[in-house]
Design a protein around this ligand. Structure first.
Ligand code: T5A
Length: 208
């Protein structure tokens, strides 16, 4: 099973993805957990380039190809082999991030972005995607509280994030069977309950 988590920076994706991985492992499922961009040596090096605040002059097309290159390596080197081995793969971000951030956020042509997504993933899509939706004001408040330093992508500003959020909501409308929209402004355990209900219903039944 391939599961992805999506949402704005600070929406709580990593929190939810980690809780899900822990719960599955506690029930003896084999789980691989990856963050995007990242997850392989090459993809982690691309991540450093992408998030480095020194690279404010990066062209939008370069950015698109770098995210896609990191993903292509992750899919071919680890995700595909893991899925063939019946491992449950959880990804903190996948192609929908590129559609939302580079397509809707940066304003690159959606048709081109989706084609590049398909090439980078060899057509692989998650079986279920949890989109953790949180209003921008709440995200800003969480960011202030956590005191985490912002990276190059996070210097995009409010207008950029509004576009990304609308893009995500559009994706949830376009693909309601795959993308499950969750209100991430609720408490962590309440969001996790919704995720667990969906995932546990999809787990293969065990004999005995
Ligand atoms: N990007 C990525 C693209 O532009 N295109 C792409 O194709 C891809 C793959 C990656 C950046 O790259 C961009 C998107 C990003 O800008 P990153 O450093 O990997 O950046 O970080 P993010 O994925 O953005 O994730 P973050 O770690 O910043 O945030 P999360 O994972 O959304 O949030 P999380 O779980 O760390 O939680 C943030 C805080 O909120 C609290 C947590 O305790 C934590 O303090 N929290 C809650 N508080 C209240 N209620 C809840 N329900 C809460 N859930 C979590």
């Amino acid at each position: 099973m391939f599961i992805s988590f999506e949402g704005l920076d600070g929406s709580g994706k990593t929190t939810q993805a980690t809780l899900l991985a822990d719960k599955l492992r506690s029930q003896n499922h084999v789980v691989e957990f990856f963050r995007e961009p990242g997850g392989t040596e090459i993809s982690e090096r691309i991540r450093e380039i992408l998030l480095d605040k020194k690279h404010l002059g990066m062209s939008q097309i370069t950015e698109l190809f770098l995210f896609s290159a990191a993903r292509a390596q992750l899919v071919s080197q680890v995700i595909k082999p893991a899925l063939l081995d019946s491992t449950i793969v959880i990804c903190d971000r996948f192609v929908d991030s590129t559609t939302a951030y580079q397509g809707y956020g940066r304003g690159l042509r959606l048709g081109a972005v989706k084609t590049i997504n398909t090439v980078a993933t060899y057509g692989l899509l998650p079986e279920v995607t949890f989109l953790i939706d949180v209003p921008i004001d709440e995200i800003i408040e969480r960011r202030h509280k956590s005191g985490v330093a912002i990276d190059r992508m996070e210097s995009g500003g409010r207008e950029f994030y509004e576009k990304v959020r609308q893009g995500y909501l559009e994706l949830a409308k376009e693909e309601p069977k795959r993308v499950m929209l969750l209100d991430g402004s609720r408490p962590i355990d309440v969001v996790q309950d919704d995720i667990w209900k969906e995932v546990s219903a999809r787990l293969p039944r065990r004999k005995g």
